[in-house]
Design a binder for this molecule. Structure first.
Ligand SMILES: *[C@@H]1O[C@H](CO)[C@@H](O)[C@H](O)[C@H]1NC(C)=O
Ligand SMILES: *[C@@H]1O[C@H](CO)[C@@H](O)[C@H](O)[C@H]1NC(C)=O
Ligand SMILES: *[C@@H]1O[C@H](CO)[C@@H](O)[C@H](O)[C@H]1NC(C)=O
Ligand SMILES: *[C@@H]1O[C@H](CO)[C@@H](O)[C@H](O)[C@H]1NC(C)=O
Ligand SMILES: *[C@@H]1O[C@H](CO)[C@@H](O)[C@H](O)[C@H]1NC(C)=O
Length: 681
């Protein structure tokens, strides 16, 4: 029997049906108001929201009322049969607008009439107006959840529950709270929290109990309000409509009923299914952030800023450059340090092509540009930099098929970076003096000499101004993949205008390639010719111009070649690695031309234009013999040269011969440091 009843109740429960069989059994349940809407009488702002079935009494608009009544009268039954009792359980939610105090509240109502449209909102809660308030003819019993303290009705606070008999002046009221059975204490509730609140109203034996609890709680064992009320005296007809009223004033809130169950007795009251109730729309309040959180956030922000700032400064330092106004015209030729840093993978040691007193050379790769060589020169002084960069840039504009193309430059504090095309063949000295490259054949050697002669001729005569290379030597002659010769390393070159006095500039060069007059009268096209002569002998003989390891008579190449010629065995001087495979006529011209170029009498030396003619055998050389004055005289090395600067660095990988710089005091920049190799060569 009990089981069957339970089953029946479950079915009713499930379909949200209103069980309404007889007056004896007046009971219904709404788990949300989607079903059974026809049995509800709504007015004012009251409406049922779809699709969730939330019953809204007010919607946070000012001066609003909303009423919702069950549209059949609750019949108290005959006076004789039994005393009146009823029980109801509902869930409401009063949701304030974010940041605004909400009003005014809602009430559960027993009323002789469903028409409360003449009532007023605000503090009248949609129940009374000024003339009906306090009148016994109102026939209205209300249990109010009041969220505003109205002085005229002696409200105790703005968060209270009260029982109203025909008047808003409650017969009894209490601050909203509930009894916690677990803790044995009263706990306060905030009606306007926006959270759903459960309310039970039980009437039995003239005792009216009102009990509150948060949504998830069981019904507390002790009610908040318990008061003897003669309900039958208020409703002489022994009938009343039951429902809800809500109102706003200038203070507003959204006021909702989520679910409602009503029955004639406590025992037959069906429980609401909390899980089926509609959800209350949460309004995102500007959440109060705890000061601790703010402090933490500020600290975090500061850390982030510090890290980012540090990173920024680090990057700026890492990629810092020196840029000055006078460099503006050179803009296109200027590379950013960052791009060079990336191209060389951070100047990776694995990509280093060479190292010397002047600095280091790195191989790199740039998108669009291709393989590049980056020469990193150290410099300390700012003086003369402007002139030097101007020269470098001008050199970038020099165009000759046998000049290593200079692509641009970059300036940093204490550093100058020169960017040129990468030459995959390496430098000529690697072929001549080191075992790491195969020896060059005679035809390759003569082709390289012709290439370099042509390039040097262009520098001396072809450009708009005379360009002196000033450091011609095997390690500055580069080869491409086809072993074509390219004159490179303009790092120490100087410019002079055509016809100007060329002797006033600094003397720079490498021992064995330096003409004698260099230290006295300075550089000129003649000193370049001298160095080229030494280079010709070097390429043909496969040894350095000055070799201290050789026997005394062979030590100076110029002297030795001349000696061989004098003895009638000129070909004794040439590179044994040629294994006799050469064209004697060509070799003879090259060796003799080498001797002519290295004459210590500058005026005896040919010009580069003449050199090109002779080496290509378009013209014959002037007649001279090993005994012609100035021919075959070795230049003294390092002796008696007061302005010579000599420093040594050990462990340099470049095996070039000692490089000596001599310069005038006002031109002390850009001079490569002298290199003396560890092995003393
Ligand atoms: C509240 O409802 C009224 C109609 O009763 C409507 O005009 C108004 O726009 C609604 N306000 C909000 C905020 O939903
Ligand atoms: C008060 O309400 C009653 C009906 O409930 C109505 O007849 C009366 O006119 C209203 N009075 C005012 C002042 O609104
Ligand atoms: C709890 O509240 C009720 C009603 O306000 C009061 O009668 C009761 O004394 C309170 N109990 C405690 C433990 O504070
Ligand atoms: C009302 O509460 C009192 C205890 O405060 C209790 O004795 C009584 O049975 C309750 N009545 C109803 C109808 O719940
Ligand atoms: C309630 O009121 C009715 C009519 O006014 C009266 O007959 C009855 O005795 C009252 N009951 C109590 C318990 O006071």
């Amino acid at each position: 029997m009990a089981q069957r009843l339970h089953l029946l109740l479950s079915i009713i429960f499930f379909v949200n049906l209103i069980c309404f069989s007889s007056q004896q059994d007046f009971s219904f349940i709404y788990n949300g108001f989607n079903q059974g809407q026809a049995n509800l009488h709504l007015d004012g702002a009251a409406r049922i929201q779809s699709p969730d079935g939330l019953l809204q009494l007010t919607n946070a608009t000012t001066q609003q009322m909303g009423h919702a009544f069950f549209n059949r009268q609750f019949d108290f039954g005959s006076a004789s049969s039994h005393s009146l009792s009823f029980s109801t359980h509902f869930v409401c939610a009063l949701v304030p607008k974010p940041g605004v105090d909400g009003g005014h509240g809602i009430a559960f109502v027993l009323s002789s009439s469903m028409d409360l449209t003449h009532a007023d909102p605000t503090q009248y809660l949609g129940l009374f107006n000024i003339s009906t308030n306090g009148s016994p003819s109102s026939h209205l019993l209300a249990i109010e959840l009041d969220t505003v303290q109205s002085a005229e009705f002696d409200d105790i606070d703005k968060n209270h529950v009260g029982i109203d008999e025909n008047s808003l002046q409650s017969v009894v009221s209490a601050s909203a709270s509930y009894y916690s059975d677990r803790e044995g204490t009263n706990k306060s509730l905030t009606l306007l929290s926006g959270d759903p609140i459960q309310i039970w109203i039980d009437y039995e034996d003239t005792l009216l109990n009102v009990t509150l609890a948060p949504l998830r709680n069981q019904k507390p064992s002790k009610p908040l309000l318990s008061r003897t009320i003669n309900v039958t005296a208020m409703f002489p007809d022994r009938k009343a409509f039951i429902g809800f009223s809500g109102a706003t004033g200038s203070l507003i809130s959204y006021q909702y009923i989520l679910g409602w169950s009503f029955s004639r007795s406590r025992a037959s009251l069906q429980s609401l299914d909390i899980s089926k109730l509609p959800r209350v729309p949460r309004l995102t309040k500007p959440k109060k952030i705890s000061p601790l959180l703010i402090v933490l956030l500020v600290i975090l922000a500061l850390i982030v800023i510090a890290v980012l700032g540090g990173l920024c400064i680090y990057r700026r330092r890492k990629y810092a450059e020196v840029k000055e106004a006078w460099e503006k015209p050179y803009g296109p030729l200027r590379y950013s340090y960052k791009s060079l840093y990336k191209a060389t993978r951070g100047f990776n040691k694995d990509d280093r092509l060479g190292k010397g007193g002047f600095g280091e050379v790195f191989k790199g790769n740039m998108p669009l540009v291709g393989d590049i060589a980056v020469k990193r020169l150290s410099h300390d002084a700012e003086q003369g930099m402007k002139q030097f960069v101007a020269e470098v840039v001008t050199m970038g504009s020099l165009q000759h098929k046998n000049l290593v193309p200079l692509l641009g430059y970059c300036r940093r504090k204490g550093q100058l970076l020169l960017v040129s095309k990468y030459m995959e063949g390496g430098s000529v000295d690697q072929y001549l003096f080191h075992g790491d490259k195969p020896p060059l054949s005679w035809s390759q050697r003569i082709a390289i000499l012709k290439d370099i002669a042509s390039a040097l001729c262009y520098l001396h005569t072809g450009a708009s101004q005379v360009v002196l290379h000033r450091d011609i030597k095997a390690s500055n002659v580069m080869l491409n993949g086809n072993l074509q010769g390219f004159l490179g390393d303009f790092g120490m070159a100087r410019f002079d205008d055509h016809g100007a006095n060329l002797s006033a500039t600094a003397a720079v060069g490498t021992i064995g390639y330096m003409a004698l007059e260099l230290t006295s009268t300075g550089t000129s096209t003649k000193t370049d010719v001298y160095a080229f002569g030494a280079f010709m002998l070097e390429v043909t003989c496969g040894r350095r111009p000055f070799d201290p390891d050789m026997p005394v008579e062979k030590r100076h190449l110029v002297k030795w070649v001349c000696e061989c010629w004098r003895k009638g065995s000129l070909f004794d001087a040439i590179d044994t690695r040629l294994r006799g495979k050469f064209i004697p006529g060509e070799v003879e011209v090259v060796l003799k031309l080498g001797l002519l170029c290295t004459s210590i009498v500058p005026d005896s030396r040919p010009t580069m234009e003449q050199v090109v003619q002779y080496i290509n055998r378009h013209q014959t050389m002037p007649d001279f013999s090993p005994d012609t004055p100035g021919i075959g005289v070795s230049t003294p090395v390092l002796m008696g040269v007061p302005s010579l600067v000599l420093t040594s660095t050990s462990g340099t990988s470049s095996a070039s011969p000692p490089s000596v710089s001599s310069f005038s005091a006002n031109n002390s920049m850009f001079i490569s440091h002298t290199i003396i190799n560890g092995d003393g060569r």
